[in-house]
Design a protein around this ligand. Structure first.
Ligand code: GLU
Length: 282
């Protein structure tokens, strides 16, 4: 049996807050208690939202928390070829289709259809471009219309068959239900990959056995599970934890200007105090 390997995989789109500290400490503690490895991965595939400065700040915040990690740190932006290779493997199996829709077109189509099954990421894709004829597709491709690549979930499920499961240590064995995310975008129009594809590829390549992350990614795991099958990757165990909330019960999020670790530190809070507050012994 390989030893336990876990990771913390933040996107450097802003400063870390207490919720991130909780996730990082939970993963780090799991590795420490089980004699395993702890990796840090910087998920910076989106150059419009991620900065090197934020990544540097993440290193500083984690060091302040007393977290140590193996080097070199994997920056996803330096491994785009790995994600392209995975997309190509799926394409060769006929599991991807080009999607030329804009967001506005998708919303209009959903409105027209009069119903919109929702997943964790909003209304599900109504399948417009999956139904294009080969001629229409070729024509659009030949004129260079920008397109994303989506998973053809029907074909993917036909290939894997039923019976895919994954385990969450808090909620037990789960039947994989990738239909919660529908024909998800695996290769975005603007960057040659997507969160879902990159995270699954990296967890596989880095030999991650245990994934600790917030329960906001629980539904995404159903999609990740089928991608693992399609790409021949091992299936980690998941530890989805509850999200921290503020005094009003609102979920902490970077965009809501939750108090950052940096400002806590600058206001004199010690790492020891914060860890105790979050339920970790200093
Ligand atoms: N990069 C993701 C985020 O910052 C987390 C990915 C994961 O843990 O799977 O929300």
């Amino acid at each position: 049996m390989p030893s336990l390997t876990t990771r913390f995989a933040p996107s450097p789109t802003g400063r870390l807050h207490k919720g991130h500290a909780y996730s990082a400490l939970a993963a780090h503690t799991l590795a420490r208690d089980r004699g395993g490895r702890f990796l840090l991965r910087i998920e910076d595939i989106d150059p419009t939202r991620c900065t090197r400065e934020n990544a540097e700040q993440i290193f500083e915040d984690l060091s302040w928390l007393g977290i140590d990690w193996e080097t070199p740190v994997r920056f996803q932006s330096e491994h785009l070829d790995d994600y392209s290779a995975a997309a190509e493997a799926l394409r060769e199996q006929g599991l991807l289709f080009p999607c030329f829709c804009t967001r506005a077109e998708i919303l209009r189509e959903i409105e027209r259809a009069g119903h919109a099954p929702h997943g964790s990421e909003g209304p599900l894709y109504p399948g417009t471009c999956r139904r294009l004829s080969e001629d229409e597709r070729t024509q659009k491709l030949s004129t260079g219309t920008p397109h994303a690549l989506r998973l053809d979930l029907g074909k993917a499920l036909a290939l894997t068959g039923p019976g895919l499961v994954w385990t969450d240590t808090n909620q037990g064995i789960q039947d994989a239900r990738p239909e919660l995310l529908g024909d998800a975008v695996l290769v975005r129009k603007d960057i040659g990959t997507s969160y879902h594809l990159a995270v699954v590829v990296d967890d596989g390549l880095q030999g991650i056995t245990d994934i600790v992350r917030g329960v906001d990614l629980f539904e995404a795991t159903h999609l990740h599970r089928i991608l693992q099958s399609l790409l021949g990757l091992p299936v980690p165990v998941y530890h989805h934890h509850a999200l921290l909330t503020d005094a009003e019960g609102q979920r902490l999020a970077k965009r809501d200007r939750a108090i950052t670790l940096r400002s806590l530190r600058e206001s004199g809070v010690s790492a020891r105090e914060l860890k105790r507050e979050l339920g970790f012994e200093g």
